[in-house]
Each structure stands twice: as C-alpha cells, then as structure tokens.
Ligand binder design. Structure first.
Ligand code: SAM
Ligand code: DTB
Ligand code: SF4
Length: 317
C-alpha cells in the first residue's frame, strides 16, 4: 500500500476526485496507519530572524524585501530552552526551531544549535530544526545531538520554483533532503499553496514528495500568509476546499506521514479546520506565533480539539 512511484496523472486523478469521495478515501487510509483521534502539537520558534540572503518571494525574512520584520541574531541557548520548556508546559510535544539562514555554517552558531537540540530532547520533546541547506556531515552532527526531524520544504513544483525563488535551485533543495535522509533523520518536507501556482504545480509538488524513498516523515501544508512588502503580498486567499484537497491527497499518497495543517490557520473557520482533520491532517503548529506571523491562541486550539474529541499525540522520544 506504500507506493513510491506515483505518477503526476495518478496524483491529479486523486486530487480531482469528487470531494466527499476524496475525503472518505483519505480518512479510511488515515485510520489504517494512525490513531484515529490524535493530533500532534508542534511549537515553533524563530531562533534567528530576518536578514536572510535568499529571495523566497513569500518570505517576510528575506533581506531582498522591505517588511516589518526586525532582524535578530541567533538567540542564546538558555533563552531558547526557556521557550521550549514553556511550550512543553502548554502541551506541545514537538519543538521546531527555525533560522533565517541560506545554509548552515560550521562554527559557534551551529554548535549552539546542537546544544539547543540536546536541551529540547532532555525536556522530553521531539526536536526539529529548519536551518536552510545542509551537508551530509552537518546532518550527521544533528543526528548525534538527537535531532528527531529536519524541515526543508520543496515549497512548490519544480516547474514553478523559479517564479518564487531564484537564489537556489530545486536540486539544491532535494540534495539537502537527501543528506538528511542519509543521516537517518526524519525528513519534514512540504510546501505552500496560494502563490499563484496551478493545480498541476500543486500535484507536481506532492508527486515529488511521494516519490521519495522513504516518504517524508511529515508533510507540512502551508497556505500562503501574504506579508506586506513581499512580492506575494497581494495574492488572493486560497478557497478552503482547495486546502482540504491538498491535505487529503497528501494523506492518500503518503499514508504513514504526519500531515501538518501549517501556516494560514488564522484565516480558517472552525469548520474549515475540522474538514482538514477529516481529510487526514494529524498535526498542527501550536502556539500564538509561527516564525514571524500570528497563529491561533493555545486556548482556541485546545477548545476546538476538546469539542471534537481529538487528543494530543504523545511524543516519540
Ligand atoms: N531558511 C530556512 C529555509 O528556507 O528552509 C528555514 C526557515 S523558512 C521560513 C521555512 C519555511 O517557512 C519555508 O520553506 C516556507 O515553506 C515557510 N514560509 C515562509 N514564509 C511563509 C509565508 N509567508 N507563508 C507560508 N509559509 C511560509
Ligand atoms: C513550515 O512548513 N511552516 C513553518 C515551519 N515549517 C518552519 C513556517 C511557517 C512560516 C510562516 C510565516 C512566518 O511566520 O514567518
Ligand atoms: Fe530565507 Fe528561509 Fe525565508 Fe527563504 S524561506 S528567505 S531561505 S528564511
């Protein structure tokens, strides 16, 4: 049932199924591979903010655009661990740390990140980082420090990629994912919808993810958060049904993966989110901030989970 040779046509056929059939298929597969009423709560922290040399058109942290983000240097290890403890006390089971770097450079800063990973693991949480491009040796060091997962998104299809980012290639992205995979770290990789891409582009991205062997351990599906000052600030919002289709298709193509309903939740109704859970989403970013933009409040999320009888998934540490 786990396939690594999905074609674009198959992917599109699944994506375009009548909605209820699509959601039913996704939910049936979800129940075969995952506890049916558990959701993973991941907290995010920007450990190094802004002034990034890349030109990702969606990103408020790129130095190429004038946004309201104030650049900040790498946080102290102690500060990060205080925030991690706080997230843990609020019920998060995975702590994800993001740095606005093009790539990891060896030295004090990377050593600090390794220390952060060790500290987060000590708190009994899964640890994830997203630091840009990475060599095989750096991936091995992260693995030794106990890293659970490395986030590196494909963001869109290979064909649409250069409309969004020109400072690196799709191949660079796939190479880093390969290095993470080789080091035995779980890959977290997904993308963004709502950047002006076609449905074919969305399916192309899912197909590339679903033809990785093994599949990524988690697949974040972000809806663009349009930020003032970025080239994508005026993009139209994505209809909820299109997000539900992406989540269900990811669930069907990669049944064992955690599918994360990621950025963009503040613009979803309660019912929209419930539809995403029905379509197989089993993970969310939890806590009032993503990296630089807002996310729903803790209580709002806990109330919704309570109301529909979803429980927190316990960490695999
Ligand atoms: N610099 C590293 C990199 O690009 O891999 C790590 C941090 S980067 C901010 C992580 C991911 O956040 C991006 O790959 C993108 O998918 C997502 N992201 C950034 N800005 C976003 C936005 N405005 N809306 C939705 N997702 C966004
Ligand atoms: C992912 O796929 N989404 C998260 C996480 N991985 C690092 C980031 C979302 C960022 C949204 C824009 C911001 O807050 O700056
Ligand atoms: Fe830099 Fe990452 Fe933002 Fe691109 S997505 S500009 S690499 S922080």
């Amino acid at each position: 049932m786990i396939k690594n040779n999905w074609t674009l046509e198959e992917t599109q056929q699944i994506h375009d199924l009548p909605l209820l059939e699509l959601v039913f298929k996704a939910q049936a597969l979800h129940r075969e591979f995952h506890p049916k009423s558990e959701v993973q709560l991941c907290s995010l922290l920007s450990i190094k903010t802004g002034a990034c040399s890349e030109d990702c058109g969606y990103c408020p942290q790129s130095a190429h655009y004038k946004t309201e983000v104030e650049p900040e240097k790498l946080m102290d290890v102690d500060n990060v661990l205080t925030q991690a403890k706080c997230a843990h006390d609020n019920g998060a089971t995975r702590f994800c740390m993001g740095a606005a770097w093009r790539e990891v450079k060896d030295g004090k800063q990377f050593d600090d990140v390794l220390e952060m990973v060790r500290g987060v693991k000590k708190l009994g949480m899964e640890a994830c980082v997203t630091l840009g491009m990475l060599t095989e040796e750096q991936a091995e060091k992260l693995k030794e420090a106990g890293l659970t997962a490395y986030n590196h998104n494909l963001d869109t299809s290979e064909e649409y990629y250069d409309k969004i980012i020109t400072t690196r290639t799709y191949e660079d992205r796939l190479n880093t994912i390969g290095n993470v995979q080789k080091a035995g770290i779980s890959v977290c990789s997904g993308g963004i919808i709502g950047m002006g891409e076609t449905i074919k582009d969305r399916c192309g991205m899912l197909q590339t993810l679903a033809t990785q062997n093994p599949h990524p351990g988690s697949v974040p599906i972000n809806t663009l958060v349009p930020v003032k000052g970025t080239p994508l600030e005026n993009q139209a919002p994505v209809p909820t049904v299109e997000l539900v289709r992406m989540i269900a298709t990811a669930r069907i193509l990669m049944p064992q993966a955690m599918v994360r309903l990621s950025a963009g939740r503040t613009d979803l109704t309660k019912e929209g989110q419930i539809l995403c859970y029905m379509a197989g989403a089993n993970s969310i970013f939890y806590g009032e901030k993503l990296l630089t933009t807002p996310n729903p409040e803790h209580n709002e999320d806990l109330d919704l989970l309570n109301e529909i009888g979803l429980k927190q998934l316990q960490p695999k540490v």
